[in-house]
Design a protein around this ligand. Structure first.
Ligand SMILES: [Mg+2]
Length: 289
């Protein structure tokens, strides 16, 4: 360095991996944390990685996840949460031609995400139909009635785009399996006699694309961490991302090992310690490229 020359500031470090992390079955299982996972994610963020949580859940606003994840010791900010509700809202807000009025067959968290993105929402009622919605968005709707379904069908038949937050047929609760958003999508698909124009959640690519785009990254550079071979890993392979399948949730080792090669994860981990070494290995491989 030339004597007296001003020391230039260090260029910002743009390395670090983009981790797209599923929630249920990875960070927690229902109310119980998966031991050690929050700590591994905190280490990764401290080391410069970006963590975005990607869940097919369409019923909650992102703010509802923050407190729970903080209590578990996981690194989190509201904008690090990508539910299928939020990704749907961001997609519609950026759509061409513009989407203005959205009819929502879904939960209040979905309505809130759509409004946060600047969209006007209307309920599936005759009055909502009179607002001439550009799109009908379908998520899990615990207030589903024949009347709500009938109005949503009519809006689609009158030309509104048909957008599904996800197609999960069922999901697990403490009381066993219950119908998921996909069951509502199927009912509307049958009634409207056409499939959705867009399905945002996993195994499709849109949720991961929206998350990666929010931090200016390419989803193909991400590492997906998930417990669902048919959802998380399928979506990772769709966008060309590397993946770690966690055996802490819905997929067994036997199921993982019976997948055809093109549907397999990059690595499999049984617990937090194995996730830590899997991510270290993927980081070393990335640095060597
Ligand atoms: Mg999961």
């Amino acid at each position: 360095m030339v004597e007296g020359a001003r020391r230039l500031p260090m260029a910002p470090y743009h390395g670090g991996m983009l981790l797209l992390v599923d929630l249920d079955g990875v960070v927690y299982r229902g109310p119980e944390p998966v031991p050690g996972i929050a700590g591994v994610l905190a280490e990764r963020v401290a080391g410069g990685d970006t963590v975005l949580y990607c869940t097919n859940n369409s019923s909650r606003h992102r703010s509802e996840y923050v407190q729970h994840l903080e209590e578990l010791g996981a690194p989190v900010r509201p904008d690090w949460i990508f539910t299928s509700a939020r990704a749907t809202a961001l997609e519609l807000a950026a759509s061409e031609p513009p989407t203005r009025v959205v009819m929502v067959l879904g939960a209040r968290g979905l309505v809130r995400e759509l409004r946060d993105a600047g969209l006007r929402t209307v309920p599936p009622t005759p009055r909502g139909l009179a607002a001439d919605p550009d799109a009908v968005v379908v998520g899990i709707d615990r207030r589903l009635t024949y009347q709500r379904l009938a109005v949503a069908m009519q809006a689609i038949r009158e030309g509104a785009r048909f957008i599904a937050t996800n197609r999960d047929p069922v999901y697990p609760t403490a009381d066993g399996l219950v119908p998921g958003a996909g069951s509502m999508v199927a009912a509307l698909e049958t009634a409207a006699r056409r499939p959705p124009d867009l399905v945002v959640g996993k195994p499709g690519p849109t949720l991961f694309e929206a998350a990666a785009r929010s931090v200016g990254r390419d989803p193909a550079d991400a590492v997906v961490v998930g417990d669902g071979a048919l959802t998380d890993i399928a979506a990772a392979n769709r966008v060309g991302a590397r993946s770690v399948l966690m055996l802490t949730g819905v997929t067994s080792r036997a199921e993982a090992e019976s997948l055809p090669p093109e549907r397999r994860p990059t690595l499999i981990a049984t617990d937090a310690a194995e996730l830590r070494s899997a991510l270290a290995g993927l980081e070393a491989e990335q640095a060597a490229r």
